[in-house]
Ligand binder design. Sequence first.
Ligand SMILES: Nc1ncnc2c1ncn2[C@@H]1O[C@H](COP(=O)(O)OP(=O)(O)OP(=O)(O)O)[C@@H](O)[C@H]1O
Ligand SMILES: [Mg+2]
Length: 494
Amino acid sequence: MTEPAVEAAGIQKRFGSTRALRGVDLTLEPGRCLGLIGRNGAGKSTLVSILSGIYPPDAGEVRLNAPLATVFQHSMVVPGMTVAENVFLGRQPRRRFGVIDWRAMREQARQVMADWGFDVDAGTPSGNLTVEQRQVVEIARALAAGTRCLLLDEPTAALERGATQRLFERIRQLRAQEVAILYISHHLEEVFEICTDVAVLRDGEKVLTAPMAEVSKAELVTAMVGKPYNERSVVPPPRPTAATGATVRPALTVDGISFASPGVLLSDVSLTVRPGERVGVTGLRGSGATTLARIVAGATAPDAGAVRLGGRPLKPGDRAAALREGIGYIPEDRQADGFVPLLGSAENIAMTVTDRIARAGFVGPRRRERMAAPLARRLSLVAAGLGQPVRELSGGNQQKVTVARALARDPVLIVAITPTRGVDVASKELLLAELDRVTRETGASLLLASDELDDLVICDRVVVLVRGEVFTEFTDPPFDREALIAATEGMGVK
Ligand SMILES: Nc1ncnc2c1ncn2[C@@H]1O[C@H](COP(=O)(O)OP(=O)(O)OP(=O)(O)O)[C@@H](O)[C@H]1O
Ligand SMILES: [Mg+2]
C-alpha cells in the first residue's frame, strides 16, 4: 500500500469555551476523495485550518507526507490584486534570475479562466469579481499549485451547475493521478457523486467513517444530526390569499429595468410582487436574477427603469433609503455586506432596529440579546454566546446572522439572494421555514433570487430569467424540477 498523503491523529482544538475538535483522526489516501460533512459549527473548517498549518492543534499530531493546497471557505482573494496575481499568489512564473514573468502569468491565468468558461480578463482587479468568479480564482490557485493533496472547503458554494461539473471533472483527473482530496460540502448529492469515502463530524467528534458505497443519505444525516432524522421538504400547505391579521402591505413593482455590465445583462424586465406573495427569480449565471434582486434592494442602480413600493419610486442604488422603506436584504456576499465581523450576533441582528428598541438613545446589551435571542434560536444559531464576534462563527452560522439581521426590522419586503448558501441540511429547513412563517404571519412579501431549487419551494411563483429577459413563469407550486432546470437553459414552453 502507498503511504497516506496526510495523517492526523487525536486532534484537539479549543477556542475559549468552545471545544471545536475533541480528538479527531483523519487519513487522506492518494487517489481517494474523502467527503467531510457535518452541521454548521461541527468543526470541519477548523480541521482544514489545522491540516493547512494556519494554527496548531492543542493536542494531537499532523503528519504531511505530500505538499498540500487548500481552497478555504472564507475568500482569500486579495481584492487589490488582479485575477492573474491572485491565481499565482506567492508562486509567480519566473524568468532567469528570478524575474517575474508577467506575460506568462497573465497568459496562464487567461487560460485558466477560459477553461472554466469565464469571460473575465486576467488583468481585472479582483475587487470587481462576482462571488462565483472569486471562488473560481480560489480553485484555480489551488489547482495551479500542482499539489499531491487538495483540501476543498465548500468549493462549490457559489458555483453554478456547469462550473461544478467542470470541477468534478478535474477532481476525477486528479484522483487518477493519485492526488489525495478532502471535500467538504453541505450538498450530499455532491458528496455521493464525487467522493470515495465519507467522514461525519458532530460537535467536534468524528462519529462515522465509511466507504461511500456503504452508506445511505439517511444514515449520513442521522449521524450529522445525532438522532433519527426525517427529511421532509418544506412544501408549503395551501395558503389563504391574504395573511390573517396582518396589516395590508405595499406591492412591489419592477418596471422596465435594464442594466448592463461585463457578464450581466437585464433588458426591460418588469414584474410585480403582491403583498404577502413570495416570488422566486432564478436563472443561470449571467441571467440577471441576482442583479435584479440587488437592484430591488437598492444595492445596485439600474441603467433604466424604476422600482416602486406601494406605487412610490425608490431611490435607485440607495440601500439606506430602501432599508427605511422596509426592505430587508440578505445579500449574496455575506463577507462584504452581510454583517459587521467584529460585533456580536446580537449587535448585528439588532443593528437595523436600534432606533426602535433604544431607551433615551441607548440600547444595552441585555435588551439587544432579548430582541435577538428568539430569532437566533429559530435559526439554530451555534455560537459561544450572542456576544461572540461574528467573524469567529462558522460559515453557515455567519449566514444565519445575515438572515436574522434582514428579518429583524419587521420588513414589508424581504429580498433574499441564495439565503441558504453554506447552511447545513437540517438548518436549511429551519431557515426556509422561518422565511415562510414570517411572510405568512406578517404579510411581508418575498423576492428570492436563487439557483437552488430547494429554496424555491417556499415560493408561490417562480420567474425564470434567460440572458436578462423574463423567459417564463411557473405559477403553480409544487414546481417541477426538471421543467425549471430546462427553463433556465432556455428550453421548454415559453
Ligand atoms: N477563531 C475562532 N474563535 C472562536 N471560535 C471559533 C473560531 N473558529 C471557529 N470557532 C468555533 O469553532 C466551532 C467550529 O467551527 P468551524 O468553522 O470549524 O465549523 P464548520 O464545521 O466549518 O461549520 P460550517 O458548516 O458552518 O462552515 C464553531 O463553534 C465556531 O464558532
Ligand atoms: Mg466551515
